[in-house]
Design a protein around this ligand. Sequence first.
Ligand code: B4P
Length: 190
Amino acid sequence: MSKLNIVLFGPPGAGKGTQSEFLIRKYGLIHLSTGDLLRAEIKAESPLGLQAKEQMDAGQLVPDEVVIGMIRNKMEANLEAKGFIFDGFPRTRAQAIALDEMLAEKSEPITVMLALEVPEAELVKRLLNRGATSGRSDDQDETVIRNRIREYEQKTAPLKEYYSAQGKFKALDGVGSVEEITTRLMEAVG
Ligand code: B4P
């Protein structure tokens, strides 16, 4: 049976992390979140984590080679997986090309890219709210949050065209209750 490889896509605060939890349980997939992997490096105070923290706290993307290397290691450690959910990766065209190359080596292409669409005002509200409760440093300051959204618009949003050209792009309304959005995602996976 072919593997199910999902790219869960959307701006910061669109609900990627939240929805990944349901999708990995439903389909038995491995969750690969570059944000979570980077935060684990920061917690461990590794050299990579110390460098990434500066960029993350400024609302900038971490260099491509860093996140591509992390994803490659995790995929190689999970060769028997039924498939992967890529959450927050790829975020640039170079990352998308690298991911396609890694999957081509194993003849297991991306199945679908599911893009959660949420207006900017709602994103800022959700992230400030999380900043008030979770202590995530990049969620505390509205300027940093808006910078992350700008980075998304400039470097990440163009990937919609990249996946459209492969016939894999599906956009979904990301506003509503968490359960409603989970249902929309499951319908889109089919
Ligand atoms: P991430 O960890 O990916 O964080 P994020 O984009 O801010 O979104 P996240 O997935 O956490 O939030 P979610 O939408 O689930 O990245 C953090 C940083 O790491 C980046 O800024 C960058 O510096 C670096 N980085 C990561 N990946 C990289 C890459 N590939 N290349 C370069 N740099 C990289 O949810 C947000 C909040 O909304 C939650 O509090 C949730 O409770 C709430 N929410 C969810 N669904 C909701 C709903 N339906 N209604 C109301 N609230 C909802």
